[in-house]
Design a protein. Sequence first.
Length: 182
Amino acid sequence: MRRLARLFILPLLLSNAPRLLSQTASPPRDHPCAHDPVYRKLDFWLGHWDVFDVQDGSKGGENFIEKILDGCALVENWHELDPRGADGKSLFYYQPATRQWKQVWVTAMGPIKEKKLVEEMKDGGLRFQGEIPKPDGTSYLDRTTLTPLTGERVRQVIEISRDGGKTWQVTFDAEYRRPKKP
């Protein structure tokens, strides 16, 4: 019976493959996200980056930020150079119903961070903030500020607050630089 089912289903799938592939592989050519300025807020951060610690100048990682889903979202692909560190990915997306940019950060080691855009600076910088829950049921605030700099550079500062935002501790302060071309 199984063999009979395979003999029937396989030709059916193969005969419909071109139609199915054309429906899923061809995105709309003129998607609204490609033209709406709200979806361009993070364009300054797109591309390949070498990431350097602001304090000591050492290279700590590499990052590749790309638009996906017809320009409606961005994916950050972080690679930590320290073998004890963790690679990670962020999904940045705009939620039209709330008119809010959001970020979800995931690593194989955790934690998972969820933040929303809370501030747009005059210099073009953007600040995302959220709460990180701890296993004991408490949480702390976590915020990321991305600031475009001159000369194809971006600064990223990540801070945490354990007192509800009264004080902030920097946990990551880095300058993103475009890799030098050979």
